[in-house]
Design a protein around this ligand. Structure first.
Ligand code: PBG
Length: 333
């Protein structure tokens, strides 16, 4: 006597081996990019309270972290610098001996050492191309006399930063300030300076978000107020697609959506229309939420991490920036 059920999807869920065989998406270490912070003048790594397990690195421990990323087979590292001195225009952002430039050089040295020793590719060295870590007011750009963020004056600063980062050895520069025209200006500046092979990962659809909260601690941010005149409004999907289209037209090599989990619809839509690789950034607040719930015993930490990152992959990300990159790489080895 048959039940009348035409097909039984549960057959393909019955054992771990059949589930593994039919999984539609998988994570690879090479898809993952680890964000890292390097701070000027530190004697020892300093824990970031709101991001348990993450630290502000010294130049030495940054090199060690990049070497660990290389051994884990990660696709990249994304570097952020925290200078000892800040000013109105973020001078340390493009100073040749600025902390981010020194961090990039240390990272490239660690990658070169790994590649020479193993013959395998190390992680791509990426750098945040933005002024907020370097300005005394904490905004991502320079300000006009009345305190507004000046788009076109900021573009000149981004161009100088991108060239300084390329000169220090960055494989990829990542403009994250959401200024109009930033990709085109950076592309021109890199090409003029002879860095045609340095790629641009554009933070294309970057939303103004409370989920960046822990990051502000990670970079000792001085920001008062918010970034709503340049980062996007959470209400807008269509505008995110337009931002991605503009960046593609300006020559972005990779486009990114950020944050990830609250914007999986935007990520999916960008991935559908993009003919370049698409990245997503699982930001500090996404990390902190799962870590905090797990620390309270309210959630299965490892399973929640895996599900969260897999959801980003499923939505269409080719490249995923996540603070758990090293740990995930261990799990999927
Ligand atoms: C800007 C920048 C920010 C993040 C990455 N690049 C902060 C911001 O826009 O306020 C946030 C990353 C995170 O929260 O993990 N330099």
């Amino acid at each position: 006597m048959t039940s009348g059920i035409v097909y039984r999807p549960r057959r393909l869920r019955a054992t771990p081996r059949i589930r593994r065989l039919v999984a539609e998406h998988r994570l690879h270490a090479a898809d993952l990019v680890l964000p890292l912070f390097v701070k000027e003048g530190l004697a020892e790594p300093a824990p970031i309270t709101s991001m348990p397990g993450q630290v502000q690195h010294t130049l030495d421990t940054l090199g060690e972290a990049v070497a660990a990323a290389a051994r884990a087979g990660l696709g990249g590292v994304m570097l952020f610098g925290i200078p000892a001195v800040r000013d109105a225009v973020g001078s340390q952002g493009d100073a040749p001996d600025g902390i981010l430039q020194r961090g990039i050089a240390a990272a490239r040295a660690a990658v070169a050492e790994f590649e020479a020793a193993t013959g395998r590719p190390g992680p791509v060295v990426m750098a945040d191309t933005c002024l907020d870590e370097f300005t005394d007011h904490g905004h991502c750009g320079v300000l006009t006399a009345d305190g507004a963020v000046d788009n076109d004056a900021t573009l000149e600063r981004y161009a100088a930063m991108a060239v300084a980062q390329a000169r220090a050895g960055a494989d990829v520069v990542a403009p994250s300030g959401m200024m109009d025209g930033q990709v085109a200006v950076i592309r021109d500046a890199l090409d003029d300076a002879g860095y045609q092979d340095v790629s641009i990962l554009a933070y294309s659809a970057k939303y103004a978000s409370p989920f960046y909260g822990p990051f502000r601690e990670a970079v000792d941010s001085a920001l008062q107020g918010d970034r709503r005149t340049y980062q996007m409004d959470a209400a807008n999907l269509r505008e995110g697609l337009r931002e991605a289209d503009l960046d593609l037209a300006e020559g972005a090599d990779i486009v990114m959506v950020k944050p990830a989990m609250s914007y999986l619809d935007v990520l999916h839509a960008v991935a559908e229309r993009s003919d370049v690789p698409v990245a997503a950034y699982q930001v500090s607040g996404e990390y902190a939420m799962i870590e905090a719930a797990a620390a309270n015993g309210w959630i299965d930490r490892d399973a929640a991490i895996k599900e969260s990152v897999l959801s980003i992959k499923r939505a269409g990300a080719d490249v995923i920036l996540t603070y758990w990159a090293l740990e995930i790489a261990e799990w999927i080895r």
